[in-house]
Design a protein around this ligand. Sequence first.
Ligand SMILES: [Mg+2]
Length: 163
Amino acid sequence: MLRPDCYFSRISAIDPIDDLRKKGVRAVLLDMDNTLLTRDTHEVPEDVKQWLSDVKRAGIAPCILTNNWHSSAHDCAREIGLPIVARALKPLPFSYFVACRKLGVKRLETACIGDQLMTDVWGGRLLGMRAIMVKPLVAKDLKHTLFLRRIEKRILCDMPIER
Ligand SMILES: [Mg+2]
């Protein structure tokens, strides 16, 4: 319950077919900061853009689910052409339901993907979703996030990174 189903070095290391489609995943709820875009330069890396188009081509519907409340979150979503649920208050479940309704999918055919255990992963796990954790794109992050990472490290210490 406390741990993700799997752990990857970055979001683009997840294979849309083998790691998602073949596991029954039809939709993905994606964290934004340090999962899709870097916390320092606020850019979406090229490999992540390519991954998003591969995911769509695999017939999987993506939606951004972020605790970010700034208007720049919506600008980013527009730029990369994804629907967004912002101010999500993860790990509380409400926004996960909102995102599933937006995509027209059931929660049990949905996976959540993010770089933080106590928000992205735990929220999805609470609802029985598949939960995939990724390493943050860059080391820079908010102060409280860096503090939580120290606790994450203890919980995940023996969890292997698949790829
Ligand atoms: Mg994040």
